[in-house]
Write a protein that binds this ligand. Sequence first.
Ligand SMILES: [Zn+2]
Length: 112
Amino acid sequence: MRLILCPLQTCSRHLFAQPDRTFACQQAHAVDPDTLALRPDDVWLPSANGQLFCISTPTASLRRMLDADREYSSAPMEYDLELPPLLELKDAAFELVEALDLGLPFPAASAR
Ligand SMILES: [Zn+2]
Protein backbone atom coordinates (compact mmCIF):
# COMPACT_ATOMS: atom_id res chain seq x y z
CA MET A 1 0.00 0.00 0.00
CA ARG A 2 1.52 3.26 -1.11
CA LEU A 3 0.17 6.66 -0.18
CA ILE A 4 -0.66 8.89 -3.13
CA LEU A 5 0.72 12.38 -2.78
CA CYS A 6 -0.54 15.64 -4.22
CA PRO A 7 0.62 15.71 -7.84
CA LEU A 8 1.69 19.35 -7.65
CA GLN A 9 5.47 19.17 -7.57
CA THR A 10 5.78 22.01 -5.11
CA CYS A 11 3.33 20.35 -2.70
CA SER A 12 3.58 16.52 -2.46
CA ARG A 13 1.40 16.33 0.66
CA HIS A 14 -0.99 13.44 1.43
CA LEU A 15 -4.41 13.47 -0.21
CA PHE A 16 -7.58 13.08 1.87
CA ALA A 17 -11.19 12.31 0.95
CA GLN A 18 -13.48 15.34 0.98
CA PRO A 19 -17.20 15.43 1.80
CA ASP A 20 -18.03 15.96 -1.89
CA ARG A 21 -16.31 12.61 -2.75
CA THR A 22 -13.23 14.29 -4.26
CA PHE A 23 -9.71 14.34 -2.82
CA ALA A 24 -7.56 17.25 -1.71
CA CYS A 25 -4.26 17.74 0.08
CA GLN A 26 -3.79 19.76 3.26
CA GLN A 27 -3.08 22.79 1.06
CA ALA A 28 -6.58 22.41 -0.47
CA HIS A 29 -5.36 21.38 -3.93
CA ALA A 30 -8.30 19.41 -5.33
CA VAL A 31 -7.42 16.20 -7.16
CA ASP A 32 -9.67 13.93 -9.17
CA PRO A 33 -8.38 10.39 -8.50
CA ASP A 34 -9.30 9.38 -12.04
CA THR A 35 -6.62 11.77 -13.33
CA LEU A 36 -3.80 10.24 -11.26
CA ALA A 37 -1.00 8.53 -13.17
CA LEU A 38 -1.00 5.08 -11.60
CA ARG A 39 0.82 1.99 -12.78
CA PRO A 40 -1.44 -0.14 -15.01
CA ASP A 41 -1.89 -2.81 -12.32
CA ASP A 42 -2.61 -0.37 -9.48
CA VAL A 43 -5.94 0.77 -8.13
CA TRP A 44 -6.59 3.62 -5.72
CA LEU A 45 -8.57 3.34 -2.50
CA PRO A 46 -9.26 5.59 0.48
CA SER A 47 -7.97 4.29 3.82
CA ALA A 48 -10.11 4.19 6.97
CA ASN A 49 -8.92 7.71 7.88
CA GLY A 50 -9.63 9.04 4.37
CA GLN A 51 -6.10 9.09 2.97
CA LEU A 52 -5.78 8.17 -0.68
CA PHE A 53 -3.43 5.31 -1.48
CA CYS A 54 -2.83 2.78 -4.22
CA ILE A 55 -2.20 -0.92 -4.23
CA SER A 56 -1.56 -3.61 -6.83
CA THR A 57 -4.60 -5.51 -7.96
CA PRO A 58 -4.95 -9.09 -6.67
CA THR A 59 -4.55 -10.29 -10.27
CA ALA A 60 -1.20 -8.49 -10.58
CA SER A 61 0.00 -9.90 -7.25
CA LEU A 62 -0.98 -13.43 -8.28
CA ARG A 63 0.92 -13.04 -11.55
CA ARG A 64 4.00 -11.82 -9.67
CA MET A 65 3.73 -14.84 -7.34
CA LEU A 66 3.44 -17.26 -10.27
CA ASP A 67 6.37 -15.66 -12.09
CA ALA A 68 8.52 -15.83 -8.95
CA ASP A 69 7.55 -19.47 -8.39
CA ARG A 70 8.43 -20.30 -12.00
CA GLU A 71 11.79 -18.55 -11.68
CA TYR A 72 12.57 -20.30 -8.38
CA SER A 73 11.48 -23.70 -9.73
CA SER A 74 13.68 -23.41 -12.81
CA ALA A 75 16.81 -22.43 -10.84
CA PRO A 76 19.29 -24.93 -9.41
CA MET A 77 18.03 -26.42 -6.14
CA GLU A 78 19.01 -24.05 -3.39
CA TYR A 79 17.31 -23.26 -0.11
CA ASP A 80 17.97 -19.67 0.86
CA LEU A 81 15.11 -17.46 1.97
CA GLU A 82 16.98 -14.42 0.66
CA LEU A 83 16.96 -15.61 -2.96
CA PRO A 84 15.41 -12.89 -5.17
CA PRO A 85 12.52 -15.09 -6.45
CA LEU A 86 11.55 -16.03 -2.89
CA LEU A 87 11.71 -12.40 -1.76
CA GLU A 88 9.54 -11.45 -4.76
CA LEU A 89 7.11 -14.26 -3.90
CA LYS A 90 6.88 -13.05 -0.29
CA ASP A 91 6.36 -9.39 -1.29
CA ALA A 92 3.67 -10.31 -3.82
CA ALA A 93 1.92 -12.58 -1.31
CA PHE A 94 1.87 -9.82 1.31
CA GLU A 95 0.49 -7.41 -1.28
CA LEU A 96 -2.22 -9.91 -2.23
CA VAL A 97 -3.25 -10.42 1.41
CA GLU A 98 -3.30 -6.67 1.95
CA ALA A 99 -5.54 -6.14 -1.09
CA LEU A 100 -7.91 -8.90 0.02
CA ASP A 101 -8.01 -7.44 3.55
CA LEU A 102 -8.99 -4.10 2.02
CA GLY A 103 -11.92 -5.75 0.27
CA LEU A 104 -10.63 -6.20 -3.27
CA PRO A 105 -12.01 -9.45 -4.68
CA PHE A 106 -9.89 -12.50 -5.37
CA PRO A 107 -9.71 -12.77 -9.17
CA ALA A 108 -11.89 -15.30 -10.94
CA ALA A 109 -9.98 -18.17 -12.57
CA SER A 110 -10.62 -16.70 -16.02
CA ALA A 111 -8.91 -13.42 -15.04
CA ARG A 112 -5.66 -14.96 -13.73
ZN1 LIG B 1 -1.17 19.85 -2.74
